[in-house]
Design a binder for this molecule. Structure first.
Ligand SMILES: [Zn+2]
Length: 376
């Protein structure tokens, strides 16, 4: 994470720019590939904050890109408007992985302070309600945390997700030029783990990100980039102390990694009884089936009621308390105050995990159980 208070930022930006200059080709031959800076820019990162470390580069302070990564990205396209790193699909961790991320902290055995901070950070990410993000310490590792000695102004750095997996490495810099408290270490480790699951700096505009990238990283429901006050994913915050997630961090995590429900459903007529079936959800421990009644007046939605029917470990349920009619909506055969009352019906199937359940309204489908005249 990058590191220093704002007062130091300018000096480091200058250093970054000089480093980039020393890397830039001075007289690129026509047959040569894109420069390091161009390759980095093609991925949507700043081209002027590159530190070349031989086999890898650090960009924007604490983001690790291997040279091989840069080369393969360059081969995909040289179009400067290519999808940016932060919103292509390989920047996300898959649903089948995000709730069972294993983090190997044995590489921090020599740094017990950082190791303890990393344990706290794992717990913080796993503690976000209504999010599918769950991390545990263990092996085989999805994320390996180790130490390195690099620039004095970098506390730690991390890699981004690829191939549905979280970024595979986090390095803690034992040559960081400041001593840090536990709360500062926790802040850094929460931040770096955030990079491994695809979060970029919330304030990358303030950090000088190029135009055009701004909209790419915006997650619906969160402040536009730079206005996420207190976000743990703000860059340039290596000396901040952990003070909990900002509301926007929580929203972003819930939005990007919601608890998934079954992706498909069906209702069939089983001898006059509705038979509800749904697709299994990886890792779900049970499913809750509900009936939702949506009330209408003159055909307009008024309100709805959610009534849980059953919780089961099966992927189907025979709704013996209702009759299959093949019709999901109707108007009642009475009116009140001159208005026509009516309703339509839907089932919902939630997937339940030890850390929460998928939202009931995210997994609903029509329930063909309306009785003729809707008289019950
Ligand atoms: Zn960072």
């Amino acid at each position: 994470m990058n590191r220093f208070p704002a007062a130091l930022a300018a000096a480091t930006l200058l250093a970054g720019a000089l480093a980039a200059c020393s890397d830039a080709p001075t007289g690129a031959a026509p047959e040569s590939g894109p420069s390091l800076a161009e390759q980095v820019a093609a991925l949507g990162f700043r081209a002027d904050m590159i530190e070349d470390h031989g086999e890898y580069v650090l960009v924007e302070g604490d983001i690790y890109l291997s040279k091989a990564q840069l080369r393969s990205a360059g081969q995909q396209s040289t179009d400067p408007l290519q999808p940016r790193f932060q919103y292509v699909t390989n920047n996300l961790v898959s649903n089948s992985k995000i709730y069972q991320i294993r983090v190997d902290l044995s590489g921090l055995n020599s740094q017990p302070g950082w190791q303890n901070a990393a344990r706290d950070a794992i717990a913080h990410w796993s503690g976000i309600a209504s999010s599918h993000v769950e991390m545990v310490e263990g092996t085989p590792a999805d994320i390996t945390v180790g130490t390195t000695c690099t620039s004095w102004n970098v506390a730690a750095y991390a890699s981004f997700p690829s191939g549905g997996n979280p970024g595979s490495t986090i390095y803690v810099n034992t040559c960081f030029g400041y001593s840090t408290t536990h709360a500062q270490k926790v802040h850094n480790m929460v931040h770096e783990l955030g990079h491994t699951i695809g979060f970029r700096h919330s304030n990358y505009v303030q950090m000088g990100e190029s135009a055009g990238v701004e909209g790419a990283n915006h997650i619906w429901g969160t402040p536009t980039s730079g206005n996420a006050s207190g976000s743990v994913m703000n860059g340039g915050t290596a000396l901040n102390s952990w003070a909990g997630f900002a509301a926007s961090d929580v929203t972003a995590t819930q939005s990007r990694y919601p608890i998934p429900g079954p992706g498909s459903y069906s209702v069939t007529n089983s001898n006059g009884t509705p038979l509800i079936s749904w697709a299994a959800v990886s890792g779900a421990t049970s499913y809750t089936v509900s009936l939702i009644t949506f009330n209408t007046v003159n055909g307009q939605y008024q309100n709805h009621w959610v009534n849980p029917i059953t919780t089961t470990t099966s992927t189907s349920y025979l709704d013996v308390d209702r009759i299959y009619t093949g019709v999901y909506e109707c108007t009642y055969d009475w009116s009140w105050g001159g208005e026509t009352q009516g309703a339509w019906y839907e089932y919902a199937v939630q997937a339940n995990f030890p850390h929460g359940s998928s939202p009931v309204l995210n997994s609903r489908f029509y329930a063909p159980i309306a009785q003729p005249g809707c008289v019950y």
